[in-house]
Design a protein around this ligand. Sequence first.
Ligand SMILES: Nc1nc2c(ncn2[C@@H]2O[C@H](COP(=O)(O)OP(=O)(O)OP(=O)(O)O)[C@@H](O)[C@H]2O)c(=O)[nH]1
Ligand SMILES: [Mg+2]
Length: 313
Amino acid sequence: MTMHNPEKAEETSRFGAVALLGPPNAGKSTLMNRLLGEKVAIVSPKPQTTRNTITGILNRPGLQIVFLDTPGVHQRSGRMNRLLLESAWRALAEANCIAVLLDSVKYLKSPASLGQDFGSLRQRVLETGAPLVVVVNKADKIKDKALLLPLIKEVGQFFPGAEIVPVSALTGDGLEDLLQTLAQFIPEGDPAFPEDQLSTVPLRFLSAEIIREKLFLALHQELPYSTAVVIDSFEEDRGKNLVRIEATIVTARDNHKGMIIGKKGAMLKNIGQQAREEIEELAGARCGLNLWVKVLPDWTEDPGFLHSLGLGE
Ligand SMILES: Nc1nc2c(ncn2[C@@H]2O[C@H](COP(=O)(O)OP(=O)(O)OP(=O)(O)O)[C@@H](O)[C@H]2O)c(=O)[nH]1
Ligand SMILES: [Mg+2]
């Protein structure tokens, strides 16, 4: 008979990956950032902000979780959209546990659209056999909390066997419950990353993401969808504690170029200024940032260019 050894129990550590999936704008990136307590993934009010799987590493005593924040699952066509979906499905295969996010307000209004929006996602999740947690997000927007119960019931019927956790990624409400629910599905294992590592995504790539976020926030309507950011050069001068970045904003349309540059370059300057400040915070170094704008028609269909953005094989 083995004796219970409390010291040993404390030493047990868990390590694993949780994939965050859901429709565009559900709050996946917001949730990951909030759980980490640091901003890794970019966020905007516009759907389809995330375009690559972004990792975020969470450390708690005896627990390390790698979150995989994925592009929103949608039904748009075109090469880029297909590659975005593939990126989301790949994350499913790598995860020990899958967290599906939904915008509670949307399905409170029309529970019937669960089937339309989550049909293929549910199928994919079932095929992996991984445990599923459904995160009913944006609960802060529901003033009458009594309304949450029937919604949770509807969601439970649609995802039988899943754990369902209502949260607000924005305010942080419910996130400790969520973390506990996720942790029970994380297998035993030693942490794979040092405690101070926030992501496996390099700073070079995160810098491009930050520039893209400022673009998304500054530009209106559909314009952001036809833009991408390419880092042309990235130099870290450790002696001077300085990062020098040359980056190009690519847009599919001629008339967008002027809008991105703005009157006397004011828009581009503003985007650059905001991005630079945030890159400096993330890098813990000063940042010299030069931005250019280029028109590249049909880049969303160009396999070589998409590959340079980290999309596709
Ligand atoms: N009120 C409220 N807003 C939220 C919450 N979570 C996210 N949002 C907002 O919803 C919008 C979309 O958030 P994102 O985190 O970019 O959503 P996403 O699921 O990553 O979107 P994609 O990357 O486009 O798939 C942003 O404006 C967020 O501030 C929440 O719990 N409550
Ligand atoms: Mg996102």
